[in-house]
Design a protein. Sequence first.
Length: 183
Amino acid sequence: MVNAYGPPPLWQRPQGFSTLLYIILEQQVSLASARATYGKLFECLPEISPSYFIELNDQTLKQVGFSRQKTEYTRILAHAILDGRLNLDHLATMDDQSILNTLTTLKGIGPWTAKVYLLTALLRPDVWPTGDLALALAIQRKKHLRKPPLADHLQRIGQLYKPLRSVAARLYWWSYLEGKEPG
């Protein structure tokens, strides 16, 4: 696929609260929907930080596009950072599994959210975001499957790309977003 289309984008995001919040917004919605909500939030705040974020009331968050659940999850995240239960700067010094364990202790941050953070903010080389719909759809297209692979099948496919599963995930994401047939 790289030979046919060139390298995919890195999709690097800054480490920190704003990126984790954005990834939570991306859960189970289109990228365009998450981007629109994030853009409206950005207009409400001088910066997207935990301290500014918690000052917004639920009605404001609803008006910019936050669901009740995402309001709860992002507030939990902001409070965990502010009260010291979560040190995002420390994550970069930890191994992947420890990061997954740390992030997934917070309600609203599951394995998919944690893995996308590892892949895009921490740029870890061997992350496979099982449960990612775009990844499953791209693999379905490449392997000519009738349905997208389920999580266990997707996990087995990911093992084929160790120790560079992040590269494979980016290639599949790129092929999905560009509507290209994965090589």
